[in-house]
Structures are given as structure tokens and as C-alpha cells.
Write a protein that binds this ligand. Structure first.
Ligand SMILES: Cc1cc2nc3c(=O)[nH]c(=O)nc-3n(C[C@H](O)[C@H](O)[C@H](O)COP(=O)(O)OP(=O)(O)OC[C@H]3O[C@@H](n4cnc5c(N)ncnc54)[C@H](O)[C@@H]3O)c2cc1C
Length: 487
């Protein structure tokens, strides 16, 4: 498998040849000349009947650069546009909890696409074969979105090889197109100025164009019902983690939370965000993970709020530091670091200290089942684990504490990393995300952090004590709240 940098170089060569190909219309070449676009398979569109947007990560029918691009291409070609979502049943580490949230978002996509004259088709396993769909609707061209994770990137690379029509992808779920950072960034301090320098070019409203030719479903085309449970009948599917009633998936629910956050919560974000017992952060991470909301929509909404209330500028800046710097650093990490989910991604200082301390005796060791069942001696940790298992989300401050304790209570770093990722991805609605791998690597391996004072087990990695963590907020209240969560 080629490295991401080798792939970037190959895509740059394809894009150059595409730009020079005078057999193609100027309009089409202009549409590809966009930092968000990667031409994965070049050439002229086929004589097909529509342009297909293969929607995978950016699961929304508005504020979606990939859908915008598909519509613009369709308009240039004089064709209708259809968005296609494949309900596969073996998405890595996904279970019923994740699928239920995803499922809730599908009607919003259909409604928002229809308002723009775009069709939306979902086909679920066993009918989800992409290439069959492209053939069934006679695609002239396919536009996809981007996902830096290992498996989804492999699907895109594979499709680029097997398709017979042009295939472009559009980096729709970051503010600054991720290839512009060019290589793995060492820290937030290194990434921040690069990202902020690029911001003015990308902090612009979405076009949300409408299709000039409305898509009409061809007679006899197989589609699955988006309002039914997508997973029904799937036999070898993981149903062991139940949906969380407190969360409602979809673009419309995400926009509601965004408006509430901007209008009523931004003012106190800086103060309350480090208080796990309060509803003080945006809780938009599950929506960002499923692409029900794009980060640009959030950033623009915050900027608009600051225009109305200039005193919120500092809170907006603090939020941008999470949404833009830390989130896009995580995307960069997963994109350019092939070992993002194993100790192999540790920096040299961390490798040395881990090697020195990995055999240190632990005061207590727990099994995975004990951790999963929130059965440790540490009530604060157990409460955080209950938030994860029962609520599908955890406060950032406690995620740090939670993962640090796993390092302390498992026999070595490799096991700590493996178990932290397993639990993170199994229970969090926002799990299986670059943010999760970067967060676990930060806590377990000291990634993006610096060396601290030497101590047993952790070596030079940052340590967090229960006593000092619990003093920073109302830990008693938080524990009560988590223990009262419905099972
Ligand atoms: C061990 C560990 C595991 C984590 N696992 C995940 C995960 O699986 N999925 C996930 O989305 N986040 C993860 N995070 C990052 C962070 O904890 C969550 O993104 C955040 O708590 C989500 O809550 P929010 O939307 O209210 O955040 P807000 O404070 O409202 O922040 C807004 C957005 O900024 C981004 N953001 C905030 N903090 C971080 C951060 N530290 N790193 C990267 N992006 C950030 C998120 O997209 C978030 O939605 C993890 C962090 C740690 C330390």
C-alpha cells in the first residue's frame, strides 16, 4: 500500500494531466481545479444518464461540498444528479448503536436532496453493491467524499481502479482541505499557524446549488426504505450495544443543537466546558462523526453569532481551537500516520520512556470485562465509564482521565491502547473517528504532548491523578448523574 504522501503525489500528477487535457470541456476542468477535489480516475464523463454522488462520510443533503460538486458537474453535463448511500453491514467496529443514529439521519438527507432536485437512494446489504448501482442508473461520472481512515480510503482507492467512469472525491468534512498540510504535523502548535493561515480562503458560505435537471427514479430501480431499520434481517451483525434514546441523529437535529449552542451556550463555553457535570460543551461530536454536520457550518454559525455579539469572540476562538486545530490535527494524524491505532505511532521520546517503564509493576490490574463493566475501585472512573456505556458519549476532560487510568491498570502500553480503542469505538457515538485515535494516542502514548517529570509506569508521559482531576469540578454531582443514567 502506498503512503499517503505517495498517493498525494500520484493524485497531483493525475490532476495536472487532467487540467491539460483539452479534449475535456473548460467548465469540467475548472470544477476539478479546487483544493478540495482529488481526481482519482481522470478522463471524459461517459455517455450516461446521471452523475452519482456516492455519499459515505458526509451524510447530509445541505452544506456538503461533495454534493455541491456533484450537482455542479451534473449541471455542466446537462444531467440530473443522484446521491447514493450503501448500507453495508460490516462497517469496521460499528454496531446497532451506531447504525441507529445513522439511520435517523437518512430522511433528512432525502428531504434536503429533494429540495435541490437531487435524488437519494439507499441500498442496504445484500443489495448495496456500488458498481451495480452505478450501472443500474447509468452513471456518467461518480463523485465521492473523503474519509482518511484506513478502510474507507482503501475502498476509494479500489473503486478508482475498478470504475470505468471518472471518479473524483471531495474533502467535505474539514475546513482546510487535509492534503494542504502535506505531511504529518508534530503538534497542535505546529499545525495551528498553518491551519489559521489557510482559513480565510476556506471560511466561505456553501453554494448549495440546485440541480438544473431534476432526477427522476428510473422505473424498476431497486431502492431500500430509509425509514425502516437498515439492519433488519442482518444475521451476523453486532446488536450487543443498544441505541441511546437521548440522542437523535440527523442534520436537522444537529442544526437544532448548533443553534442552541450558538444562541445560549457559547457565552459560557469557556467557563463550563471543563465541567463534566454541566451541559457546557456543544456535544456536536456525534454529528460531526457521521457527517450530519460539517465543521464549516459550525464555524460560520459561530462567526455569525460573534457578529451579533462581539463579546463572544474569545469563546469562539477557544471553540475554534478544538473544532479546527485539534480536530483537523486528528484528521492529519490518521491521514499521514499509518500506525495511528498502535504504539508504533509514538514519538521517539515516548518510545524510549515506554520501553523503560512498560514492565514496571502496576498497583492494580483490571481485566477488560472489569473495565467495560465499570467495576474498578475508582468511583470517578466508573462514572465516566457509565457515561460511555449508557449515554454513548463522554466529556473531554474525563476522556483524558479515563484513558490515562487504563494505562495505569493494564499490563503494558500495547494492551492499554488496544483496550482503550476497543471501548472507545464500541460505545461512543462519535467513536471510530480520527479524533478517537488521536485522543487515545495523546493519553496513552503522549502523542502531541511533551515529556513531563519521570514517574513509575508512565515514565515521562503526562499523568493525571484522581484527586486533582476530581477537584476541578463537582465530581460528586457528576457521579450521581452518571449512576442515575438509564441502563
Ligand atoms: C482518550 C480520548 C478519546 C477521544 N475519543 C474521541 C472520539 O472517539 N471521537 C471524537 O469525536 N472525539 C474524541 N475525543 C476528543 C474529544 O474528547 C471530543 O471530541 C469532545 O469531547 C466532544 O464533545 P463536544 O462535541 O461537546 O466538544 P466541544 O468542546 O464542543 O468541541 C467542538 C468540537 O471540536 C472537536 N474537539 C473537541 N475536543 C477535541 C479534541 N481533544 N481532539 C480533537 N477534536 C476535538 C470535536 O469535533 C468537537 O465536537 C477523545 C479525546 C480523548 C482524550
Amino acid at each position: 500500500m502506498k503512503s499517503a504522501q505517495e498517493q498525494d503525489a500520484e493524485h497531483a500528477r493525475i490532476a495536472e494531466a487532467f487540467a491539460r487535457d483539452e479534449s475535456l470541456s473548460k467548465e469540467l476542468r475548472a470544477l476539478a481545479d479546487d483544493a478540495r477535489v482529488t481526481v482519482r480516475r481522470a478522463g471524459a464523463p461517459a455517455k450516461g444518464k446521471c452523475v452519482v454522488y456516492w455519499m459515505q462520510r458526509a451524510q447530509r443533503g445541505r452544506d456538503n461540498h461533495a454534493l455541491d460538486k456533484a450537482i455542479e458537474v451534473a449541471n455542466v453535463l446537462g444531467l440530473p444528479c443522484v446521491a447514493y448511500f450503501a448500507g453495508i453491514k460490516n462497517f469496521p467496529h460499528a454496531n446497532l448503536r451506531h447504525y441507529a443514529f445513522l439511520n435517523q439521519g437518512l430522511p433528512d438527507i432525502e428531504e434536503d436532496c429533494a429540495a435541490r432536485g437531487v435524488g437519494f437512494v439507499m441500498r442496504r446489504a445484500p443489495e448495496e453493491d456500488h458498481e451495480r448501482f452505478f450501472a443500474d442508473v447509468d452513471a456518467a461520472m461518480v463523485i465521492g467524499d473523503e474519509n482518511p481512515m484506513r478502510e474507507p480510503e482503501r475502498w476509494r482507492a479500489k473503486l478508482a481502479k475498478s470504475l470505468r467512469v471518472p471518479f473524483w472525491t471531495v474533502d467535505a468534512d474539514v475546513i482546510v482541505p487535509s492534503k494542504l498540510l502535506e505531511k504529518a504535523q508534530f503538534s497542535a502548535g505546529v499545525a495551528r499557524p498553518r491551519l489559521y493561515r489557510a482559513l480565510p480562503e476556506f471560511l466561505h458560505d456553501y453554494e448549495n446549488p440546485a440541480a438544473l435537471k431534476v432526477w427522476r427514479k428510473p422505473r424498476g430501480l431497486h431502492t431500500d426504505d430509509i425509514r425502516e431499520d437498515m439492519t433488519r434481517g442482518w444475521k451476523d451483525f453486532d446488536r450487543s450495544v443498544l441505541p441511546v434514546a437521548a440522542w437523535q441523529g440527523g442534520h436537522h437535529a444537529a442544526m437544532k443543537r448548533l443553534h442552541l449552542f450558538c444562541g445560549q451556550m457559547l457565552e459560557t463555553y469557556d467557563r463550563d466546558r471543563n465541567h463534566p457535570e454541566l451541559d457546557g460543551s456543544s456535544k456536536l461530536s456525534p454529528y460531526l462523526h457521521f457527517g450530519h454536520l460539517g465543521p464549516l457550518t459550525i464555524a460560520l454559525a459561530l462567526n455569525a453569532q460573534v457578529k451579533r455579539q462581539p463579546k463572544l469572540a474569545a469563546a469562539r476562538d477557544s471553540y475554534f481551537n478544538e473544532l479546527i486545530v485539534w480536530r483537523e490535527l486528528a484528521v492529519n494524524f490518521v491521514r499521514y500516520q499509518p500506525e495511528y491505532d498502535s504504539p508504533g505511532c509514538a514519538d521517539n521520546w515516548a518510545r524510549a520512556t515506554i520501553a523503560e517503564h512498560d514492565r514496571d509493576e502496576r498497583e492494580v490490574l483490571y481485566t477488560l470485562a472489569q473495565l467495560e463493566g465499570a467495576r474498578t475501585h475508582d468511583e470517578l472512573w466508573n462514572a465516566a465509564q457509565l457515561q460511555m456505556v449508557r449515554y454513548g458519549w463522554m466529556h473531554n476532560y474525563l476522556r483524558m482521565y479515563w484513558a490515562k487510568k487504563i494505562v495505569e491498570w493494564t499490563r503494558n502500553t500495547a494492551t492499554a491502547m488496544k483496550w482503550a480503542i476497543y471501548l472507545n469505538d464500541r460505545y461512543f457515538l462519535d467513536g471510530r473517528d480520527p479524533n478517537g485515535y488521536a485522543g487515545v494516542a495523546w493519553a496513552v502514548l503522549g502523542k502531541f504532548d511533551r515529556a513531563w517529570g519521570e514517574r513509575p509506569v508512565f515514565g515521562k508521559r503526562r499523568y493525571m491523578s484522581g484527586a486533582s482531576t476530581g477537584r476541578k469540578f463537582d465530581a460528586e454531582k457528576y457521579k450521581e448523574q452518571m449512576n442515575a443514567l438509564p441502563e
